[in-house]
Design a protein around this ligand. Structure first.
Ligand code: ADP
Length: 192
């Protein structure tokens, strides 16, 4: 099994690149943002709790997202590998993920971090808000709060994986195809 973490701030293109990567490598896409939005759409208790936090641009509690990921790993026990998108977002989530993968005699193959400037992020997210129907993309204050939350809690996740020599930074500005080609080069260099 080969597992990839696609890392980067909100609006860095993780969702777009994930779609291409899972098609190419036959991985299972685990996006905690998508999983949470589907809980919200299904009006579950978890979804109702998560929505109020997400609409403020804050992070959902660790135990909630770790629980979701744990059941997804079990649900796809025969997967070739997983692409983690938007997870882990805190060091506690990263430690929990390592434990879950270790139980399966597995671990992260590569941690790919997309680098995008803050002004470009805000521009992209406001643009996405015009069509995505995502309430957290329409309000610039919420977008800025998500970036603040990212800087406060999530950037430390990259430092955590640096100790295992897993981190590769990839420029996240430019054409979608060029960014994808850079990601693919890094994956292919480590997969075999
Ligand atoms: P983006 O990366 O564009 O912010 P996501 O779809 O990944 O969008 O996440 C949307 C929201 O869902 C986040 O702002 C956060 O509230 C919540 N969320 C997603 N993943 C996590 C996670 N791993 N831990 C805590 N909260 C999360």
């Amino acid at each position: 099994m080969f597992h990839i973490i696609l890392f980067g701030p909100p609006g860095s293109g993780k969702g777009t690149q994930s779609e291409k990567l899972i098609a190419e490598y036959g991985l299972i896409h685990l996006s905690t943002g998508n999983l949470l939005r589907s809980e919200i759409a299904n009006k579950t208790a978890l979804g109702l709790e998560a929505k109020s936090v997400m609409d403020k641009g804050q992070l959902v509690p660790d135990e909630v997202v770790i629980g979701m990921i744990s059941s997804q790993l079990d649900a796809h026990a025969d997967a070739k590998g997983f692409l983690f998108d938007g997870f882990p977002r805190t060091v506690a989530q990263a430690e929990a993920l390592d434990k879950l993968l270790k139980l399966k005699n597995s671990g992260i193959g590569v941690f790919l971090a997309l680098d995008v400037s803050e002004e470009e992020l805000v521009k992209r997210l406001l643009g996405r808000g015009l069509t995505s129907g995502r309430s957290d993309d329409t309000d610039e204050a919420v977008i800025r709060a998500r970036i603040t939350e990212y800087n406060a809690k999530t950037t430390a996740v990259a430092d955590y994986y640096k100790q295992f020599d897993k981190v590769v930074n990839v420029p996240g500005e430019g054409s979608i195809d060029d960014i994808y080609a850079s990601l693919k080069t890094q994956i292919d260099a480590r997969m075999h």
